[in-house]
Design a protein. Structure first.
Length: 744
């Protein structure tokens, strides 16, 4: 960064510098305080630009135009000095996260939130255009979220629409993926208000789905798709399809006006929604409030002074005044006074990871690096960022499992980014397949083409994984799944697949192992009654046949009885158990059918061992069976982190963040991310190529909080990761890993 050449180095104009927020090709942005105590974002302009012919005149005109923008939803210009040796301008500071950060951290916004977002941004752009400006860089990173609505920021490249010197052809201004076709063609003279409408359509599609309408990857590819291709259907929610497709019309005259856009987005919303303060989802609102509180509590931080030069020419031209861009190595500050919030804590509160981790308990903070040292680098250099895609069912039948995995994955990513054990930072992008295989296949194809994505966590279900495997395999995409139990070794491309897929859940075919172990080693059952529930297909048949064979080899008897997929006569089935003089029953069906059998066995006064699998492991089994549920034992592929000593810290952090105990597969998802992170490094360096990460996965061992993750030839990963629970007192009691389970 260029040093300021005159005046007090801790001040710019009348603003006292507090910290550096970010930098771009045009200049540097600082957090600052005005004499009256207000917090502001101050942007300076590099002398290499300021000394250019005509720049100061253009800067004057732009500042005067920006002063005319009057909108509640536009961050106002507070002050500026185009004649200073280092020109600068100051705007109000908004402590909330950007839309990009919120979607990345919490997933797409609800439809109602998107409607409010779009209406208020349209109003903001109307004010911009009324002042004779075109923003030209409307993107998620330039939209900050506040409790009462969004704020449009960054007029660093906004230009008067008639100023040909500032809109000359041949120069692309904007952010690929959110700019208009006329911007992509570098046709400066054609860029007017409809260009901002196109960009706003891209922003709303991203906010609603988490997907860019014209894909990700290399800028050249995004520009070509913007000019020639239709938007990705998965980026266009059905409820907003007509208006968004109109916004994304290739021809500027074909796009709606901002007034019409506001009208359409307001249709069907409840009265008074424009004044609502609950327009954001609760997790985002909490983050906004936490940041606002952090800013208010800054206290008497001593002045920040500009220090050594640093090169920022490779950074984006429009550094958004948001705290996550902070690079503290470029500024120095005295120790804060005792009444002030510590500088380090404020820096942490300025990012999503910092704010959310603050409630995560001592475990979270114990992973943070020593003060004054760049995390994980050992050299003071920032760590590279590796992109991992979370691909799961967040809205379909398995949404509880998918969202639990996502929540735990976010905690793990924050732990990695806050610590010093990894030579990189992770960025988690979220993608929802809704549990629909066709959508999963489309997602996989798109992610496979996205060069930024180096690995995938997920999918949630077997069907979605099987629909995705070809695309991921052909792309040599490292995939770490948490709840997939499909036997991938038997798929047509298994020879390739197993090189890049780490399944942390056991396959269905292995569930006979804990059943046989429990019957033979814990209760010494001599005559087992095995129920093949045809509603469960091959899983039930395989489990019964393998259990029967193993028991026979152990000198024990067993009887296999099949029940149809339709209605079960539970009383007759219980009578058959008594007639067979069985001392153990193994049922392969779901929770509802298992509850019926439990009640029937209780009525028949059967007192032997009763077992089922995780297919019946659900609260509704306890509710439906009542007292008859007591004593049933379940084999699962997931643990209970609340009862597992190694997972206590994780459980504490999860409770602090989400206000509830971690659900099934939560701790496993944490281990999946930590395992993947281990695979993304070798010899202290980050691996930035998919094939290298895929090759690394079978080479490493990770001692996790749920299991030891390692690859064994012929077995895959975690073939013994199965656990036992027992129903007691209306709840499921965790017994432990099946070989070590406490069954007293």
């Amino acid at each position: 960064m260029e040093p300021l050449r005159t005046g007090d180095p801790s001040r710019i104009g009348r603003y006292r510098l507090l910290r550096r927020l970010g930098a771009g090709g045009m200049g540097v942005v600082f957090l600052a305080r005005a004499p009256g105590g207000a917090i502001a974002a101050v942007k300076t302009v590099r002398s290499s630009y300021a000394d250019g012919t005509g720049f100061r005149d253009r800067f004057h005109r732009e500042v005067e135009a920006a002063r005319q923008v009057r909108s509640r939803w536009v961050v106002p210009l507070l002050d500026a000095d185009a004649d200073a040796e280092t020109p600068w301008l100051a705007t109000s500071y908004v402590p909330g996260p950007s839309l990009a950060e919120a979607v990345d951290a919490f997933g797409p916004l609800p439809l109602a939130s998107v409607r409010v977002l779009g209406g208020r941004l349209a109003e903001a752009l109307e004010a911009v255009h009324a002042a004779g400006l075109v923003h030209r860089d409307v993107k998620p990173g330039n939209i900050l979220l506040a409790p009462d609505g969004p704020r449009l920021i960054d007029f660093g490249i906004a230009r008067a629409s008639e100023a040909t010197a500032l809109t000359s052809s041949g120069v692309i201004v904007g952010s690929p993926g959110f700019l208009s076709p006329e911007q992509a063609r570098a046709r400066g003279g054609e860029i007017g208000p409809p260009s901002d409408v196109f960009s706003l359509g891209c922003v709303l599609a991203f906010a609603a789905t988490g997907v860019r309408p014209f894909g990700d990857g290399a800028a050249a590819g995004m520009l070509l798709r913007t000019v020639y291709d239709e938007p990705d259907p998965t980026a266009i929610p059905d409820a907003l399809a007509p208006v968004l497709r109109a916004c994304l019309h290739k021809d500027p005259p074909g796009r709606p006006t901002l007034a019409r856009l506001r009208e359409v987005l307001g249709e069907g919303t409840e009265a008074g929604s424009a004044e609502r303060s609950d327009w954001l989802p609760a997790p985002v609102t909490r983050l906004v409030n936490d940041r606002a509180a952090a800013v208010l509590a800054i206290g008497a931080i001593e002045p920040t002074q500009v220090s050594a030069p640093s090169s920022t020419a490779d950074m984006a031209d429009t550094a958004s005044p948001s705290p996550e861009a902070a690079t503290p190595t470029s500024v120095t500050a005295a120790r804060p006074t005792s009444r002030a919030v510590g500088r380090r804590r404020f820096l942490l509160l300025g990012s999503t990871a910092g704010v959310l981790a603050a409630g995560g308990g001592a475990w979270w903070w114990s992973t943070r690096p020593a003060s004054g040292k760049a995390a994980g680098s050992g050299t003071g250099r920032p760590r590279p960022e590796l992109v991992v895609a979370f691909h799961g069912d967040l809205t379909g039948a398995r949404r509880d499992t998918g969202n639990t995995q996502l929540e735990a994955a976010r905690l793990a990513v924050e732990r990695i980014n806050a610590g010093s054990d990894h030579p990189f930072r992770l960025k988690l992008r979220t993608y929802d397949d809704g549990g629909v295989p066709e959508r999963a296949a489309e997602l996989a194809a798109r992610l496979a083409k996205d060069a930024d994505v180096l690995a995938v966590l997920g999918p949630t279900t077997d069907a979605c994984f099987l629909a995705s495997e070809v695309a991921y395999t052909k792309a040599v995409m490292p995939v770490v799944s948490v709840s997939v139990r499909a036997d991938t070794q038997t798929t047509p491309i298994s020879n390739n697949l197993f090189r890049c897929h780490a399944a942390l859940s056991v396959t269905d075919g292995l569930f006979a192992t804990p059943v046989v172990s429990y019957l033979g080693n814990h209760v010494d059952a001599r005559r087992a009654f095995l129920v093949d529930d045809r509603a469960q297909g091959d899983f039930a048949w395989t489990l019964c046949k393998q259990t029967e064979l193993a028991l026979r080899q152990g000198g024990r008897e067993s009887t296999v009885t099949s029940v149809a997929a339709g209605e079960i006569d539970h009383a007759s089935l219980a009578a058959a158990v008594l007639s067979a003089r069985a001392d153990a029953v193994v049922f392969t069906g779901d929770a509802d059918r298992a509850a019926g059998l439990a009640s029937a066995l209780s009525s028949a006064r059967f007192t032997g061992t009763r077992m089922a699998t995780e297919r019946a492991f659900a609260p509704r089994f306890l509710t439906a069976a009542g007292a008859a549920a007591t004593g049933w034992v379940f084999a699962t592929s997931f643990t209970d982190p609340t009862a597992r000593p190694a997972a206590r810290a994780f459980t504490k952090a999860y409770r602090a963040r989400y206000g509830t105990d971690p659900g099934w597969y939560a701790a496993e998802a944490h281990d999946a991310v930590m395992f993947l992170a281990r695979a993304c490094a070798k010899d202290g360096s980050a691996l930035t190529e998919r094939g290298a990460i895929a090759r690394r996965m079978p080479e490493i061992t990770y001692e996790g909080i749920t299991r030891t993750v390692r690859f064994e030839q012929g077995y895959g990963y975690n073939h013994d990761a199965m656990f036992l629970f027992r129903a007691a007192d209306g709840a499921f009691r965790y017994l432990g890993q099946y070989q070590e389970a406490a069954v007293s």
